[in-house]
Design a protein around this ligand. Structure first.
Ligand code: GDP
Length: 140
């Protein structure tokens, strides 16, 4: 067991439906602390750069467009085994495969409009946090 930080995005489908508080309640109920948070409208450069790992996938341009379609909330979450703990409460990428009680099972609309992003490993968590937050913004 170790205290980790992970990076989260509450996606435009959730801000459009005014359910960011409901998503945050799930995050906190899973034992994770929201130690940094801000609401942004992503530029094309930010959305395309953030998801560059998927640039050869057929869904890439739709994904980038969707992530720019409205405000997002970017967050840093902290807790025991935070990376795996958040992936568990997020649920599967495709909401039709997500376990009941997870964020995606309860709130996601489709595989595109799937409400949240969460880092999948220690190195990506660190890179993704640095993509959006400075050290000074992480006050614990
Ligand atoms: P995540 O870590 O569960 O968010 O999934 P990935 O990192 O693999 O994919 C990033 C995002 O791209 C997902 O959250 C989906 O919104 C989207 N995505 C992934 N796979 C597919 C797919 O097969 N089809 C479509 N339309 N979108 C996908």
């Amino acid at each position: 067991m170790s205290i980790q930080r992970t990076f989260s995005i509450i996606k435009p489908d959730a801000t459009a439906r005014n359910i960011t508080g409901k998503v945050n309640a799930k995050i906190e109920a899973a034992g994770l602390r929201i130690i940094a948070q801000k609401r942004l409208l992503l530029s094309e450069k930010q959305a395309a750069g953030f998801y560059a790992v998927h640039k050869n996938r057929p869904f890439y341009s739709d994904l980038v467009k969707f992530m720019m379609s409205g405000p997002v909330v970017v967050q840093v979450l902290e807790g025991e085994n935070a990376i795996a703990a958040y992936r568990k409460v997020m649920g599967a990428t495709n909401p039709s495969e997500a376990d009941s009680g997870t964020i995606r099972a309860e709130f996601a609309l489709s595989i595109d409009a799937n409400t949240v992003h969460g880092s999948d490993a220690v190195d990506t968590a660190s890179d993704e946090i640095k993509f959006f937050f400075t050290e000074e913004e992480l006050v614990g």
